[in-house]
Design a protein around this ligand. Structure first.
Ligand SMILES: [Zn+2]
Length: 438
């Protein structure tokens, strides 16, 4: 693969809509800004991404548990975590056209980029959490918030998890789920959304080993992107400078990806000290320290956090796999997905409609093995290949005039476009080999 990306944000947005990966939410009503729905192919890719992430988590050293926390969180949780007080973005409005900006996104010495006037409000702090009320009363006691991150559910359940599972420190708790941030200016499609999905893991360890564990996780997470098949020259690890760190954080490294709009954070790996469990101990009055049988003392576990946005990763994957090349004198768009994350694993194509019944029989047999496959009989064979290339289907099986007599089909490889003839009774094992090898 070339190192220069042929993808642009515009091309990806158009492709996602054209092929049903992603739709603007509430599009028929004019759309809800910063919120998206995933169509059939997008849903499949996200399922595959979650699976690859979980496999990577489960194959780490030590125990890895999982949790599915609630999306609504009581006010008390976000007070303890600091989100009520600190989860702000600076906001500024144009008094002329009422456009709203993040104050750190624009130059206030210059006119409004939208209307060209220079008439700004004061900069105000805007809390990015979505607030609501639980039950029929709107009193402070019933205040709840849609979670702005998944991590707190792990911290507040720490005692529950420890007392109901046979785990010893160090161990991790992984969680995949939605989070919500009322971004002032959502942008770049799936890059910054108001409703998004996080894949987070909190690693609980002793303070003495924490720095080593942090290094371990940086290495693990770097490997993850290689396993996923991303172009590693577009991935870099960026350790934060001391003045970038939160006051409690002891170290933090971002995994960055080189998007067409610059190097941007893809994942954050943070050594958070014992801040999280200490805060919840202080605010809840419940001691979250653990007892060490060896030294007969209790201590507060330290935490290493790995946090990546599933939607941002999805966008990254699209940027990374998008390619255009020329096949038989025709330019094609091809998503060179790692087969493990490709939404459709194989397509079954009758050369003409006369071969449809026979082709569908093979398709149905493979579908019943649980593999996500497609059957397509409409349009010329070249057109159907292009269609499958554009959604990243690794293999196409074509049943033609000779298939009836030689009991074989042609299998075409997405990346090489090379074709080979294989016996119909070998199709299932061919697929098995192909997807376990990769
Ligand atoms: Zn304006």
């Amino acid at each position: 693969m070339s190192t220069e990306s042929k993808a642009t944000l515009e091309k990806l947005v158009a492709l996602c809509k054209r092929r049903g990966f992603v739709y603007q939410s509430a599009e028929i009503y004019g759309g809800l800004n910063g919120v998206y729905d995933f169509g059939y192919l997008g849903t499949l890719v996200k399922q595959n991404l979650r699976a690859v992430w979980l496999t990577a988590m489960n194959s780490c050293k030590g125990d890895m548990l999982q949790l599915e926390g609630s999306l609504l969180g009581s006010r008390a949780v976000w007070e303890a975590s600091g989100h009520i007080q600190n989860f702000h973005d600076p906001m500024v409005d144009c008094l002329q056209c009422k456009h709203r900006y993040r104050a750190d996104d624009i130059d206030l010495n210059k006119p409004c980029p939208h209307c060209g006037n220079k008439n700004w409000t004061e900069i105000r702090e805007f809390n990015m959490m979505f607030k609501t009320y639980v039950g029929a009363t709107a009193e402070q006691g019933s205040e709840a918030y849609l979670r702005p991150e998944t991590a707190q559910a792990i911290f507040i359940n720490f005692k529950n998890v420890i007392s109901t599972n046979r785990v010893k420190i160090p161990f991790g708790i992984a969680q995949i789920g939605k989070a919500f941030r009322n971004e002032i200016t959502p942008k770049q499609f799936l890059f910054r959304m108001r409703e998004f999905e996080q894949m987070e893991m909190e690693w609980f360890c002793k303070g003495e080993t924490a720095e080593k564990d942090f290094e371990y996780w940086c290495e693990q997470r770097h490997n993850f992107y290689a396993i996923l098949g991303l172009t590693m020259s577009r991935i870099r690890m960026r350790p934060h400078a001391k003045d970038e760190l939160a006051h409690y954080s002891k170290a933090c490294t971002d995994v960055e990806y080189q998007f067409p709009f610059g190097w941007k954070e893809l994942e954050g790996i943070a050594y958070r000290g014992d801040f999280d469990l200490s805060q919840h101990t202080k605010f809840s009055g419940k001691d979250l320290a653990v007892f060490d049988e060896e030294t007969k003392t209790s201590y507060m576990p330290h935490v290493v956090e790995c946090s990546v946005g599933a939607d941002r990763l999805f966008l990254t994957l699209l940027f990374d796999s998008y390619d255009e090349d020329v096949v038989e004198g025709e330019t094609r768009i091809v998503l060179r997905f790692n087969p493990a994350v490709a939404p459709i694993k194989a397509a079954f194509l009758p050369l003409t409609k006369k071969q449809s019944d026979a082709t569908e029989k093979i398709y149905t047999a493979i579908k019943q093995t649980g593999l996500v496959v497609d059957f397509d009989e409409s349009g010329s064979i070249g057109k159907r290949y292009r269609r499958q290339d554009e959604i990243g289907t690794p293999l196409c099986f074509t049943y033609d005039f000779e298939s009836e007599t030689d009991n074989a089909v042609t299998v075409r490889n997405r990346d090489t476009t090379k074709q080979e003839r294989i016996s119909i009774d070998k199709v299932e094992s061919y697929l098995q080999d192909f997807f376990t090898k990769k």
